[in-house]
Design a protein around this ligand. Structure first.
Ligand code: TYD
Length: 147
């Protein structure tokens, strides 16, 4: 893979902090990029992004059974809380060249710390309702059965 990766503080399985390629041009800003399969360990089937969120708003509150995602914040500051029922870790995304790679069914809650922060997601599959777990006790049960 072309990217340098480093693991998140608490080293939760299936969660890694990724450094995204960045090209800085003096006086003309920065350009970031990553390539499907080469830089992230899946083919990207879908990209979505969340905009126009006020500060203090929480989103998320779900886990995915199969979906893999690279989550990044090109503008603003968003706090991502991740849990696998046994461990919890918090990542603050506030740089355009840092992303979180989530490759396991991890529960996530996201707090917009700065108004109009943009959350972008590159995902390994199309939108599938059946891939979501939106109830935390159902998630605990799912994880227990997986172990
Ligand atoms: P949701 O996953 O609930 O957003 P969040 O977890 O950030 O609160 O998605 C909000 C709505 O958008 C929900 O009705 C499903 C729909 N949606 C799609 O149709 N396609 C998509 O790719 C995504 C991510 C959501």
């Amino acid at each position: 893979m072309g990217m340098s990766t480093c693991s998140v503080g608490e080293n939760m399985e299936g969660v890694s902090l990724i450094s995204i390629h960045q090209v800085i041009t003096e006086g003309k800003g920065s350009l970031q990029f990553f390539e499907s399969s080469r830089d992230i360990p899946f083919d990207i089937q879908r990209i979505y992004y969340i905009t126009d969120v006020s500060s203090g708003v929480w989103r998320g509150g779900h886990a995915h059974k199969q979906l893999k995602q690279l989550v990044f914040c090109p503008y603003g500051r968003i706090r991502i809380e991740l849990s696998n029922t046994r461990e919890k870790t918090v990542v603050v995304l506030d740089k355009p060249n840092v992303g979180i790679l989530i490759e396991r069914p991890i529960w996530r809650d996201m707090l917009w710390e700065v108004e109009d922060s943009v959350l972008c997601v590159a995902a390994s599959d199309y939108y599938l309702v059946e891939d979501y777990i939106r109830d935390y006790s159902e998630y605990e049960k799912y994880m227990e059965e997986r172990r």
